[in-house]
Design a binder for this molecule. Sequence first.
Ligand code: SR1
Ligand code: MG
Length: 408
Amino acid sequence: MTRFSAYFLMNPADVIDYVKEKLTFFKSDAELSCEEIGDGNLNYVFRVVDEKHGDSLIIKQAGHTARISDEFKLSTDRIRIESNVLQLEDKLSPGLVPMVYLFDDVMSCCAMEDLSDYTIMRTALLNHETFPRFADDITTFMVNNLLLTSDVVMEHKEKKRLVQQYINTELCEITEDLVYTEPFYDHNNRNELTSGNEEWIKSTIYGDHELKLETAKLKFSFMNHAQSLLHGDLHTGSIFIKKESTKVIDPEFAFYGPMSYDIGNVVANLFFAWANGHAHGNQDFTDWIENTIEDVIGLFQEKFLYKWEQEVTELTAKQAGFKEWYLKEVVADTSAVTGLELIRRIVGLAKVKDITSIADSEKRIEAERICLTAAISFIKQRSQLLTGQDFVAVIKEADNMIKSRKVM
Ligand code: SR1
Ligand code: MG
């Protein structure tokens, strides 16, 4: 028995003792310091550094409630899910996730590679930095993880065992509520509307029956379409980046769901960066984002078809025309998820800094309206969007619509 034989929420001093007891990572004469550096909505993230030799690692621990609000009571099993998924993703997409050194079921924590020489992508995008490798890396990550965990490739009983292993009840409930439900209803919600935009949002979102009907259909698809093992929360805050490398972190929302959920999250969060660049009049940056969105969709389609040919095992999926049909469905659903993510981060509880950091209130209201107008098109017209260029055209059209209404 040690003091880490029963769960408690650690502070930095506890973490130093924990690391000394549980890991052989640091040298015997290490001089350890520790700081809590988490800025996410759910967990505690500690960085442990050996001040003498410069080695470092991360300890991530789950609490019984979310950091963002005690209202969310959550199983600490999410750390098991995160550790296992990171290890699986490292096999499927080598070099694109941090290494996991240890998973501890009792303390509900894991130890992993410290990526402090990287920047959280959302922070870098807020500084209007650009990353030439991003589209290539993220599409490799998504194609490998999503296609190779699907029934197209996996033996079906083995795939069903993975579905079981990654049942993620509470975190799925968060997504069902915060993404697919609350942003569309004026009651039983935790929505936070920006001052000055309340009436516009109420009539444009809450008042749109057709939109609500489509989001109801999409919610049931999210809950019932066990297509691939998703990351489940693939926004730019879940990505560490530098010019020459990309690492995806935080797959605690992982479960078997529609693959479009990951792709649409990436695209929507690039649009938030676009909206920030647009509000600040930085056209070089918005041009780069537009090219990157076109590349994310285009490279995903290209790599997906190529990988399908290499990896498909299911006889019926080899039928001529099937893979093109399958991919078209994925792109249409990606459009819908892009719209859902754009709406929920503006109307709902968990906001993004790309929008909230726009200091000029008129510009923020305009950015929100452009994103929401585009979002409605992404949802309603999802089956008409076939290429990355089609996706970019939607935000430009929304921009023109909002500008022309302002002039009138
Ligand atoms: C209660 S958690 C709120 C949001 O933070 C996570 O990153 C997910 O995006 C979730 O919806
Ligand atoms: Mg997270």
